[in-house]
Design a protein around this ligand. Structure first.
Ligand SMILES: [Zn+2]
Length: 299
């Protein structure tokens, strides 16, 4: 009898150890995301069942991110990791190795059709979150990831996914309506780095940038000249700075062309808590408002 009891106890202990929900004293699973944009989606879908942490802090540029000594520890204590993929986080692989242990690493862009950087070396463009249709794939991948480590709460995550998709659809149609108010000839978006190609394709805007799809790329004199000429020829009244990129060069462009700074766009990070862009969808909406307000009355 005693042996049998011991065997049952041992089985229970093993089951408990294998169950990620039991691992945390809070009862929540811990999900680490590489960037605040993905982390915000995880927060929405994970709700109160998930402790969501971002490696890149708000306002940090993920292209040039230098890992902190504490980052592998975040991963070591997590149940699941979400990355964007498409070449954005070249620092994550080593960080996962340094963390040790095993946990699912989910590439949230899996299944989307990427755009490629035709102007550069043909690399995939990582900024797929700026097409809300593609964001639905992000949200589904996040949901499936959470279910894989916490199957008990499957219906909870699926319910939140449904709510999130409804919000995405709302912001998507509102964005299309707003951008339609800009004269066709003025639907030109000029920014520091090339983060808005998916946005341009999805919402019918021409996009130009001083730098390539990564902020690591050095701006080329001929590209800068091309943009200056374009602004003059097309009589473009506004250019945009980004929250995660140094605005010096774009400011210089305004001095040479007479175009004004149309505002600051959220590119590779959401905004600080309490700001108008403190969730991904709010940041997206704020961008669309900023772009529309600056370009609407141009010509
Ligand atoms: Zn970027």
């Amino acid at each position: 009898m005693k042996m049998k009891y011991f065997a049952i106890l041992l089985t229970l202990l093993l089951v408990a150890c294998n169950d990620p929900v039991e691992k945390k004293s809070s009862g929540r699973i811990k999900a680490v995301s590489t960037i605040t944009i993905i982390n915000d989606m995880v927060k929405f879908i994970g709700g109160d069942k998930v402790e969501a942490v971002s490696i890149c802090a708000i306002g940090r540029d993920p292209h040039t991110y230098v890992p902190k000594p504490s980052d592998p520890r975040e991963i070591a204590t997590s149940d699941i990791v979400f990355i964007n993929g498409l070449g954005l986080e070249h620092w994550i692989e080593q960080m996962i190795v340094n963390a040790g242990g095993e946990r699912p690493v989910i590439t949230v862009s899996k299944g989307i059709e990427p755009l490629y950087d035709d102007a550069g070396y043909g690399d995939p463009d990582p900024h797929a979150w700026f097409d809300l249709n593609r964001v639905k794939t992000y949200a589904r991948n996040i949901t499936n990831g959470l279910i894989s480590v916490d199957p008990v709460n499957k219906s909870y995550y699926e319910e939140n996914l449904k709510k999130y998709i409804a919000e995405i659809n709302h912001v998507d149609s509102e964005s299309k309506e707003l951008i339609a108010k800009i004269d066709t000839g003025s639907r030109v978006l000029i920014t520091s780095h090339d983060a808005f190609r998916y946005f341009g394709k999805a919402y019918g805007m021409e996009v130009y940038a001083l730098q390539g799809i990564s902020t690591e790329a050095k701006p080329r004199t001929e590209d800068i000249k091309k943009i200056i000429d374009l602004i003059k020829e097309r009589n473009i009244k506004a250019v945009f700075i980004e929250t995660t990129v140094n605005p010096a060069l774009i400011k210089q462009i305004t001095q040479e062309t007479g175009a004004v700074i149309g505002g600051t766009l959220y590119s590779d990070s959401i905004g600080e808590p309490g700001s108008e862009g403190d969730t991904f969808l709010k940041a997206f909406q704020t961008n669309v408002n900023t772009i529309t307000e600056s370009l609407k009355y141009n010509n």
